[in-house]
Design a protein around this ligand. Structure first.
Ligand code: KIV
Length: 285
């Protein structure tokens, strides 16, 4: 029997237990790979904008983009919990928008939870979304949808005052009913304290080893994004180089006439071929 697909309550129950492995995915093949690899949670992150759509940040990612990609991931995933990221302005505008847009990810795309960025100010949005039956993952620390206000992708919670504010946000989101909480780019000590105090699993990215789980972006893990890599990312493979080599070899073989070879060529039955050549006019059936 295939394994049962993980649920938000399953992830919540892992608090303090076996660490939770989270990967992002953005389409059918990345969803298949992340699921096959055994990720507990697959996040269709709005990092989509940067790793798949070539945008400079996540602000240009729309509900239409997220629904399209979440549908593809959901078609692939059989075991992990699929969480869809609520894009910029899909929930900040009102509680009603938050519930309606979150609902679309479950109803139209097949996700079984959503994630939204922000602290205590979004606790009412979380409560209302949860009341509609939609599990919510929180996300505090570096919240990329605030990049314009923050003036860049900067680590958060570095002063005692900022760390206390993060702790208060974590409690507010846990109290509102989030089933898990992403902590992005915060000092390890702050993440450890939040993890110790809140009753929901924390999922770190650039937040040290003491979180209940970790998340990394699919393309970062496999080395599929050329260019700068944040220091907290561990690249487990360099697939960029062999991919480039394979694609260049294909281009060179096409130009040299070496591809397709006999092995990649379908030939006609000789009798049919003779008849084909004997036919004098188009349309002879
Ligand atoms: O969009 C994303 O991929 C994320 C993760 C990095 C947590 O929010």
């Amino acid at each position: 029997m295939p394994p049962k697909q993980r649920t938000a309550p399953d992830i919540l129950a892992r608090k303090g237990g076996e660490k939770i492995a989270v990967l992002t995915a953005y389409d059918y093949p990345t969803g298949l790979l992340a699921d096959e690899a055994g990720a507990d949670v697959i996040l269709v992150g709005d990092s989509l904008g940067m790793v798949c759509l070539g945008l400079p940040d996540t602000l240009g990612v729309t509900m239409a983009d997220m629904l399209h990609h979440t549908k593809a991931v959901c078609r692939a995933v059989k075991s992990a919990l699929v969480v869809a990221d609520m894009p910029f302005l899909s929930y900040q505008t009102s509680i009603a928008d938050a519930v309606a847009n979150a609902g679309r990810f479950l109803q139209e795309a097949g996700a079984r939870a959503v994630k939204l960025e922000g602290g205590a100010e979004f606790a009412p949005h979380v409560r209302a979304t949860l009341s509609a039956g939609i599990p919510v993952m929180g996300h505090i620390g570096l919240t990329p949808q605030q990049v314009a206000r923050l003036g860049g992708f900067k680590a958060q919670g570095k002063t005692a005052r900022a760390a206390r504010a993060l702790l208060a946000d974590a409690h507010a989101l846990a109290d509102a009913g989030c089933f898990a909480l992403v902590l992005e780019a915060v000092p390890a000590e702050v993440a450890a304290r939040i993890t110790q105090e809140v009753g929901i699993p924390t999922i770190g990215i650039g937040a040290g080893p003491n979180c209940d789980g970790q998340v990394l972006v699919f393309h970062d893990v496999l080395g599929l994004c050329p260019g700068l890599r944040p220091s907290f990312v561990k690249q487990y493979a360099d697939l960029w180089t062999p991919a480039c080599e394979a694609l260049s070899a294909y281009c060179a073989e096409v130009r040299a006439g070496a591809f397709p070879a006999d092995a990649h060529t379908r030939r006609m039955d000789p009798a049919e071929l003779a008849e084909f050549h004997a036919a004098s006019e188009y349309g002879d059936a």
